[in-house]
Design a protein around this ligand. Sequence first.
Ligand SMILES: [Zn+2]
Ligand SMILES: [Zn+2]
Length: 306
Amino acid sequence: MFYFLLFTGVGSLIGLRSGKVLAYNTRTKRCATCEAASRNGYPSRKHDCRLNWTGSSKAMEPDVTAELAVYASEHGAPVAVLVGDDDSCTIKKVRESVSHDVIKWSDTVHAKRSFATSLYALQKNHKGSLSGKVINYLLTCFGYALSQNKGNVQGLQKNLRAIVAHAFGKHDNCRMASASWCGFLQDPHTYKHKSLPHGKDLQDEKLQKDLSTLVEIFVKNADKLAPLGSSQANESLNNSVGSKAPKIRHYGASESNDYRVACAVGQKNIGYSYVSEVCYNYREFFFTLIFVRSTMQSGFRFFPGF
Ligand SMILES: [Zn+2]
Ligand SMILES: [Zn+2]
């Protein structure tokens, strides 16, 4: 829900079902006009100043999310469920800012990413036994466990616990989870793992213990994971903002950044037709602009000395 560009941040509230941007706002830490004025010691000229943040960049996300939650409440669409990464500051600030309950769901995109990061971190202690192939296998199982247990907290917990034991050749948890994916339950005599090295069970006991400890963290948070909240829509908006205000061009020190974010939101909500909608709604302004420009251009042509 938050996109961060060096000196600016964009917060967006996107409907879980509609996928549309319900509200958004930006935080801006720099204004080139104000900075130039203070550098040269004169009062800044009248300008469309967007400076609205002096705190740390990290504090932008909780602040803008809480503001959007309050805005949504005031407009008859209170935020009942907030899907995001597991940043406790954001949900804390949102709960403090609104008078109704807000449930927190984990974002599955972030959960998968965090599981992968933890596996690669474990790899350092288990060189040899926790290979890239094993990690890919565990990530695939984790993804299946999530997608096959949507809304089923207990089912997700049992499946997550079964993943590690199954890889180590212990199938009691598979039986408890009634895991249809466990080939051993279907045919114990001929079963071989398809995606583990040489089709064999994993052996390292210490690795099993570490993996079980890791999976247990997700088991404990199964109630937040099972609804399968996803921030994919926010990610696609962030990509769009990134393409309109690329990091290599610094638009964050002027009003240009806000216009670019607004274009990305328009594109997300109504598609590319946002351009013609803007042109139509501001047609008088555009016609005046075109008229003034063409008059000036023809003036220059007739009176080159100007
Ligand atoms: Zn300014
Ligand atoms: Zn099994």
